[in-house]
Write a protein that binds this ligand. Structure first.
Ligand SMILES: *Cc1c(COP(=O)(O)O)cnc(C)c1O
Length: 364
């Protein structure tokens, strides 16, 4: 089969930066080679810069974003712990599942999909939870949830935040906002293929890591020794070397551009896309004021041209224009499209191409 060169405008993966693809061709080093260890240290230093944290325990978990979620929960949840979780989309729901499997008593705060969660509702959900958890950028709905008030008022609780679709794309301040555990994914706004889950853990959260987490693979007590070099660089599992080359390169591109400049580029592309869609007569799904620039949800119009349904429109985008966009999830399957503008994909040229393609397909 020939290689197809798509414009990836779905909810992730995005197109990787060219420097990232080039990094995969670096000759392989062993995971205990001093040169590789130095590259991993530099990668973690770059992650600290992008997360805006001084947390010593900051590194990429060896699997996709969901493993970051699992690592964040299983290392601090003890059976019977009260955990408050905000749910206004698929990923908040996934957090509840993961926390419950780790033995938490989940206090779930459900908010209508497409709307943001009021932080006060989370703070009021339990008098003394062990963890308050929320998704910063809900990729299933295109909504941004506010974090600052949670950090300021968390009390004794740990604040755990899903930053999979926010890291690199919109302002995020781990230390200034008082976030204790945060994880991300490489394939969203970092411009790297899927395969790693950047994780950062505050000193306060490290103090509360349980003795024997239910997952051996994600046990931070053991992984910490390799990552931080505490004691020796002890073997736990083989680091996915080439993925770390790729992340190192992607973070290099991001920091060379400047984190604020990357946020501004995502903001510009999101605004161009959202204005352009409205000018074509589309209705946006997410609550105004809480719309993510990097992930736009648009209501599928009811007046599609004869013979075209929503899936056929996406198929035509893919086959004729080489553009991938996402469909809706859960109750919104078939009802919304999810259009990502993340990482290397977040360029005005891609927005213009998509708007032109949609106008041609839908004869608008
Ligand atoms: C993509 C995503 C995840 C899961 O990441 P995977 O890489 O698919 O495992 C978790 N949370 C949010 C908000 C996401 O967008």
């Amino acid at each position: 089969m020939p290689f197809s060169d798509r414009i990836l405008m779905g909810p992730g993966p995005c197109n990787p930066y060219p420097e990232v693809i080039a990094a995969f061709t670096r000759p392989l080093l062993g995971h205990l080679d001093p040169e590789f260890v130095a590259l991993l240290d530099e990668t973690n230093e770059r992650l600290r810069a992008v997360f805006r944290t001084a947390n010593q325990l900051t590194f990429p978990v060896s699997a996709t974003g969901s493993a970051g979620m699992e690592a964040a929960f299983v290392n601090v949840v003890r059976p019977g712990d009260a955990v408050v979780i905000g749910v206004n989309g698929v990923f908040g729901g996934r957090m509840c599942d993961v926390a419950a499997r780790a033995g938490a008593i989940v206090h779930r705060v459900d908010v209508e999909w497409g709307k943001a969660i009021d932080p006060q509702q989370l703070l009021d959900a339990h008098p003394a939870p062990r963890i308050i958890a929320v998704v910063h950028a809900e990729t299933s709905t295109g909504v941004r949830n506010d974090i600052v008030e949670l950090g300021a008022n968390k009390g004794d609780a740990l604040l755990l935040v899903d930053c999979v679709t926010s890291l690199g794309g919109i302002p995020l301040e781990i230390d200034a906002w008082g976030i204790d555990l945060a994880y991300s994914g490489t394939q969203k706004c970092l411009g790297v293929p899927p395969g790693l889950a950047p994780l950062t853990v505050s000193a306060r959260a490290i103090d509360r890591i349980v003795e024997t987490p239910q997952s051996w693979y994600l046990d931070l007590n053991m992984i910490k020794k390799y990552v931080t070099g505490e004691g020796a660089r002890a073997y736990h599992h083989t680091a996915p070397i080439s993925m770390i080359y790729a992340l190192h390169a992607g973070l290099g591109v991001l920091l060379d551009e400047g984190l604020e400049q990357s946020w501004a580029r995502h903001a510009e592309c999101g605004a161009l896309l959202q204005e352009g869609l409205q000018n074509l007569g589309f209705e946006l799904f997410a609550q105004p004021g809480h719309r993510l620039p990097e992930l736009t949800t648009v209501v599928v119009p009811t007046d599609l041209p004869a013979g075209l349904d929503e899936a056929a429109v996406r198929r035509r985008l893919l086959e004729r224009y080489g553009i991938e966009v996402g469909g809706g999830l859960g109750a919104y399957a078939g009802k919304v499209w999810r259009i990502g503008c993340m990482g290397h994909t977040a360029r005005p040229r891609n927005v213009t191409l998509l708007l032109g393609a949609l106008a041609e397909i839908l004869q608008r």
